[in-house]
Write a protein that binds this ligand. Sequence first.
Ligand code: SF4
Length: 323
Amino acid sequence: MTALLSVRDLAVDLPLGRWFGGGARALNILAGVTMDLQPGRTLGLVGESGSGKTTLARAILGLQPVSGGTLRFDGAELRRSADFRAIRRRTALMFQDATASLSPRMTVGEAVTEPFVIHGIRIASRRGKAAELLAEVGLPAEMAARYPHELSGGQARRVGVARALALKPSLVIADEPTAGLDVSVQAEILNLMADLKDRHGLSYLVITHNLALVRHVADRIAVLYLGRLVETGPTRAIFAGPGHPYTRSLIAAEPKPDPRQRRTDLAIRGEIPGILRRPPGCEFHTRCPVARDICRSAAPALHDLGPGHSVRCHFPETTSKGG
Ligand code: SF4
């Protein structure tokens, strides 16, 4: 099957110019990112803040220049700005702060139908279309007259989803789709996303630091650390046997009903280092609970742990037990 989205060896560099000592230095933000999203599936892109998740989403949409690698959408390579404009029409964004992403001066009805205006698409009735889109996300037509500040967090998130659906996208990029919501509202939004996925054959790229969320919604997971994928694979395989110490630590850090179940031996040390000071060798070695000497000098290669499951670590087998 042709992947809806195919990313191969993608690199993003930011030229530093004169500000950081001159010369032709560039800040390496993403490197060697390779992943596929199949139609009708959900890919969870996991990483801490500063791992490069948002840069990757921007590169996919053509909003961030890339310095290497290829991007394909539905089999067609994206090269020129016209290609990216075309995929932006087939891609919708769900923002983490739904209320802030809506203009305070626009009514809900204007907001959900704005994508037609932006893309110059004529519709018979803006009011009728707004009612149709609101019904898709379980909101009454009267909601169209309200302003964002009059909405609850859950309603704002639903309006964001309605707006995202306006142009009948194939791909939805959802950035922390449940952040800041009460647990019961989180469940409602996840059920709505699942329902829309089934009804419209949507594919989701879910960007998050929340492992519990990806465990629930994603078919596959890609774990990003300092702009490099350190582990990719089917969700079930990764949760059953995470191969990378970083993934194991993230899973071990998930809240547990019984605090005694937490694995303190897998705790990650310190903060993610800045990309200005990338550690040599394995870039995770400064925080890795099982680092050895070689990790400080030699960058690890990718190893296969099973069908579609790969991990970038010198000791994937010794570190793939437990979690
Ligand atoms: Fe840890 Fe070494 Fe594996 Fe890096 S290569 S994750 S430092 S064990």
